[in-house]
Design a binder for this molecule. Structure first.
Ligand code: AMP
Ligand code: GLY
Length: 441
């Protein structure tokens, strides 16, 4: 059996889950993670991979891509797995592929499904993929034009205002009335990142329903569904307060029953893959469908071009098949010859965060109790660092704790039992992860 050397790019809980899952594969040779974290270090070797110190600060992402490419050559890496969206949107896959490196992750043109909301909307409209009705604003006076449009009567409130580009989760505003929409417009004007992301803006109808995500791995033509999952984006219980990267997840999502999943495949997943092929940008990698289950069926809220974080932390423990085998089949266009088997158990993940997140928070606080966690549960590191043998907090989201059970209730209770064993000063977690799913199950 041939062993494959693998490089994972990224540093969060998602990348720790990827490292954990790949390290279980008999096909794995050496595993490297860049930059990784103390959790990934127990499954492979963390490497820094920064552009040379002499690189001018104005150099684009290619300076870093070249450092990655040199490392791949030096260590005979057979597969690079890209965790976060930014390098994909910046074109790392294209850069490495023309240098004969195999990459799990879409090309730059295909990553526009996440990187450009106007592209995603255009594609869905052209290929009749169900989504919210929308109008687009662009050009030099985009925000003034939008202000003019907002002041015209006869709108069906609420409406959703979305900046086109990547805006670290801050670029979507749900406005209940005209006053609120004008406040939101001002927020965009006052924030440089948002202003840049809002060179084009989409305004869309508000979709009523329950949100859920569906994940599929695809080689462009063939796809394998993983599971559905539900994230918890807001910091506060009952989905209140500021948006975060995600405070917890569970899988599967009861709202995504078999019938819904078939609808998602038939009306969204395969039509999207077909559309991308027809447009000449076959989508390869993991496709994350952010959906609203409405009275009219599932509709697309957003596409993402990578695993979710913390959804990945429940999806990979639920995967019975060998992840490395599946990723290799994807990059070798052989997914049709590979089955992906998922567990029929339920999985729950609670994110432990630093007090204050997603606003200002302290770092460097000692984390206690991880060694007491039961062997049946998993702890993935997000924002941690080791200092003199002590594990310290080093980010907003600190740890993801994952447990499984024969039903959602057991997985939630098991997860919180383990969470309670871990502590750090001012640590915070939501106590209602999975509650929405319990109502339905
Ligand atoms: P997005 O970044 O496009 O996923 O939007 C962030 C969040 O805003 C989503 O997870 C939804 O909760 C909400 N959202 C976005 N678009 C809509 C819509 N058209 N109708 C209802 N909620 C939406
Ligand atoms: N958890 C949401 C995301 O990864 O985008």
């Amino acid at each position: 059996m041939m062993n494959h050397n693998v490089l994972i790019l990224g540093s969060g809980g998602r990348e720790h889950a990827l490292a954990w899952s790949l390290s279980r594969s008999p096909l794995l040779g050496e595993l490297y993670i860049s930059p990784g974290n103390p959790g990934t270090a127990s499954h492979g070797t963390n490497v820094a991979l920064k552009p040379a110190a002499t690189t001018p600060s104005t150099a684009g992402p290619e300076a870093w891509f070249e450092t990655v490419a040199s490392f791949i050559r030096e260590k005979n890496i057979d597969l690079t797995v890209v965790g976060p969206e930014q390098p994909l949107v910046d074109g790392i896959t294209d850069y490495l592929q023309v240098r004969d490196c195999k990459v799990f992750g879409p090309s730059q043109a295909a990553a526009r499904l996440e990187g450009s909301k106007t592209f995603a909307k255009w594609l869905m409209h052209k290929y009749q993929i169900p989504t919210a009705q929308s109008v687009e604003f662009s050009g030099d006076t985009v925000l003034d034009d939008l202000e003019g449009w907002l002041s015209v009567e006869n709108k069906n409130w609420p409406i959703v205002i979305k900046a086109d580009g990547l805006a670290a989760g801050k670029g979507v505003f749900i406005s209940r009335n005209r006053e609120e929409s004008l406040e939101h417009l001002n927020k965009i004007r006052e924030d440089e990142t948002l202003r840049n992301a809002a060179r084009r803006v989409i305004v869309e109808e508000f979709m009523e329903g329950e949100e859920a995500s569906v994940f599929a791995i695809t080689d462009g033509r063939n796809a394998r569904l993983l599971l559905s999952a539900q994230d918890h984006k807001r910091i506060g219980e009952g989905d209140t307060g500021l948006n975060t990267g995600g405070m917890g997840a569970y899988a599967p999502a009861p709202v995504m029953n078999e019938h819904m999943l078939r609808l998602v495949e038939d009306t969204i997943l395969y039509p999207t893959l077909g559309a991308m092929q027809l447009e000449g940008h076959a989508y390869r990698g993991v496709l994350y469908l952010g959906l609203m289950v409405t009275d009219e069926g599932p509709k697309v809220v957003e596409y993402n071009c990578r695993f979710g974080d913390p959804e990945c932390q429940v999806l990979l423990p639920a995967m019975k098949s060998d992840l490395l085998e599946v990723l290799l089949a994807t990059v070798n266009f052989e997914l049709d010859k590979t089955t992906v088997e998922m567990s029929d158990e339920h999985f729950c993940c609670v994110v432990m965060a630093s007090g204050g997140y997603p606003e200002a928070y302290k770092k460097g606080i000692e984390i206690r109790g991880i060694d007491d966690v039961s062997d049946d549960a998993l702890v993935f590191h997000s924002g941690t660092r080791m200092d003199d043998g002590k594990l310290l907090t080093n980010g907003g989201r600190v740890l993801s704790v994952v447990a499984k059970g024969p039903d959602l209730r057991v997985s939630i209770d098991g997860c919180y039992r383990e969470v309670e064993k871990i502590s750090f000063d001012k640590g915070y977690y939501r106590c209602d992860i999975g509650a929405k799913g319990l109502k339905r199950s």
